[in-house]
Write a protein that binds this ligand. Structure first.
Ligand SMILES: NC(=O)c1ccc[n+]([C@@H]2O[C@H](COP(=O)([O-])OP(=O)(O)OC[C@H]3O[C@@H](n4cnc5c(N)ncnc54)[C@H](O)[C@@H]3O)[C@@H](O)[C@H]2O)c1
Length: 342
C-alpha cells in the first residue's frame, strides 16, 4: 500500500466539516478530492482544506481521482446509490450514519460491500468518544464487577433543526438519527441484546417523526439497559452535545455526568475522574468531544486498512446495531417487546 493513502470525501455539508478537518490531521492520508452536488460547496471545502480537486459529480471523482478510499458524508437517502458507485469500482468505503431509511436498504448496502469483499465501515463515531472508551476500559478491568444495569442517555432541548432542518421532515426520526448512536454504545459497553421494548413520543409541534424514545434492552449477559433519546427535553443546564451514563455492577457503579465528570464507586471507595476530550487547534467547544471521536474513528479506519484487519463498525457489526434500531420501531409501533432480527 502506498505511503500516503489517497482519500476523497463525498458531501461537503454540515457534518462533513469534521471529517475534512480530521482527514487533514491524520498522518499518511492525502485528501486529494472532494465532491458535492452543489459545486460551490465542493469548491469552498477544497479551498478551505487545501484539497487539489473539487467535483460536483461522484462518478467523475471516483473515475478520475485514483482513490485508495472514499468517505461518504451525505444524508442517508443518497447512501445506497453512492456506495454502489464505489463498489462497482472496488473502492474501500466509509459511510455516515444512519446507513439508510429502512432495514432492507441497510442490509442491501452491507450485502453489496460484503459480496464485493471491499473494506467497509459505518462512520459510527459515538463509541469512539473519550468518556465512552474510558468507561469501556473500567468495565473490562472488572473494577465494578459483573454489570447488572446500564443507562445510556442523550436528552436535550437544543435546537438541532437550525443546522439540520431535514430532520424535522423524517417519519423515522430520533431513534434513527440519535438512537442509532446510543444503541451502538449500549452494544459496545454491554454486549448484544436478545429482546427490546420501546416507547416513542412526538413532542415538538411541526416535527414529523418521533423526537423522544425510551428503549429497554434485555442483554444476553443477563443485565438490563435503558437507552433514552430526546430532542424535546427542556433542561437547564442542557448537557448538549454530551451523553450521560449510569452503570451498576456487582462490586460498584459509575456515573458519567455532563462536563465529562466520571464518578466511579468500587469496593467502598469513590473516585472522581476528568474524562474531557482533547481540544485540537481545529476543534471548537462544545463540539470537541465529537470532533475527537471523528478523528479517532477515521484513524481507526486508516490503521485497519493498512493492517488488513476488520474495523469495529464493519458491515457485519452494523447489522446488529440496525437490527436494534428497526426493532425499536417495530416495538414502538406494536406495543410489544421484540427479538431483534440479527
Ligand atoms: N455522527 C454525528 O454525530 C453526526 C452529526 C450530524 C450529522 N451526522 C450525519 O451526517 C450526514 C450528513 O448530514 P449533514 O447534516 O452534514 O447534511 P447536509 O445536508 O448539511 O450535507 C449533505 C451534503 O451532501 C451533498 N450531497 C447529497 N447527495 C450527494 C451526492 N449524490 N453527491 C454529492 N454530494 C451529495 C449535499 O449537497 C449536501 O451538501 C447525515 O447522515 C447525518 O445523520 C452525523
Amino acid at each position: 500500500m502506498a505511503e500516503k493513502l489517497r482519500a476523497g470525501v463525498i458531501g461537503c455539508g454540515f457534518f462533513a466539516e469534521n471529517h475534512l478537518a480530521a482527514w487533514k490531521h491524520i498522518f499518511g492520508v492525502d485528501l486529494v478530492a472532494v465532491c458535492d452536488l452543489d459545486a460551490e460547496k465542493a469548491k469552498s471545502a477544497a479551498s478551505r482544506y487545501g484539497v487539489p480537486e473539487a467535483f460536483s459529480s461522484a462518478v467523475e471523482m471516483l473515475d478520475s481521482a485514483k482513490l485508495d478510499f472514499v468517505d461518504i458524508a451525505t444524508t442517508m437517502r443518497s447512501h445506497k446509490a453512492l456506495v454502489s458507485l464505489a463498489v462497482e469500482r472496488r473502492i474501500p468505503t466509509i459511510v455516515q450514519k444512519p446507513l439508510a431509511p429502512d432495514l432492507a436498504e441497510c442490509l442491501s448496502i452491507i450485502g453489496m460491500c460484503e459480496k464485493a469483499a471491499i473494506p467497509f465501515m459505518v462512520h459510527e463515531n459515538t463509541r469512539f468518544l473519550n468518556p465512552v472508551r474510558k468507561v469501556k476500559d473500567i468495565l473490562s478491568s472488572g473494577k465494578i464487577g459483573d454489570v447488572t444495569f446500564g443507562r445510556v442517555a442523550f436528552r436535550t432541548g437544543h435546537n438541532i433543526y437550525g443546522k439540520q432542518p431535514y430532520l424535522a421532515q423524517e417519519d423515522h426520526f430520533v431513534i434513527l438519527d440519535l438512537g442509532v448512536h446510543m444503541l451502538d454504545v449500549a452494544r459496545f459497553l454491554f454486549g448484544e441484546a436478545g429482546r427490546l421494548y420501546c416507547q416513542s413520543q412526538s413532542i415538538k409541534p411541526g416535527i414529523r417523526g418521533e423526537d423522544m424514545a425510551t428503549i429497554m434492552l434485555d442483554h444476553q449477559s443477563g443485565m438490563t439497559s435503558v437507552v433514552e433519546c430526546s430532542y424535546a427535553s427542556p433542561i437547564d443546564p442542557d448537557p448538549f452535545p454530551e451523553l450521560t451514563l449510569q452503570i451498576e455492577g456487582m462490586r460498584g457503579s459509575l456515573k458519567l455526568d455532563a462536563g465529562y465528570r466520571l464518578s466511579v464507586y468500587a469496593d467502598g471507595k469513590a473516585e472522581a475522574l476528568d474524562v474531557s476530550p482533547t481540544l485540537y487547534p481545529w476543534s471548537t467547544k462544545p463540539w470537541h468531544g465529537t470532533q475527537e471521536s471523528v478523528l479517532r474513528i477515521q484513524q481507526h479506519w486508516v490503521d485497519c486498512l493498512r493492517a488488513g484487519t476488520p474495523v469495529e463498525t464493519s458491515g457485519a457489526d452494523s447489522r446488529k446495531t440496525y437490527a436494534l434500531v428497526f426493532g425499536a420501531y417495530d416495538s414502538a409501533c406494536t406495543g410489544k417487546a421484540v427479538t431483534p432480527a440479527y
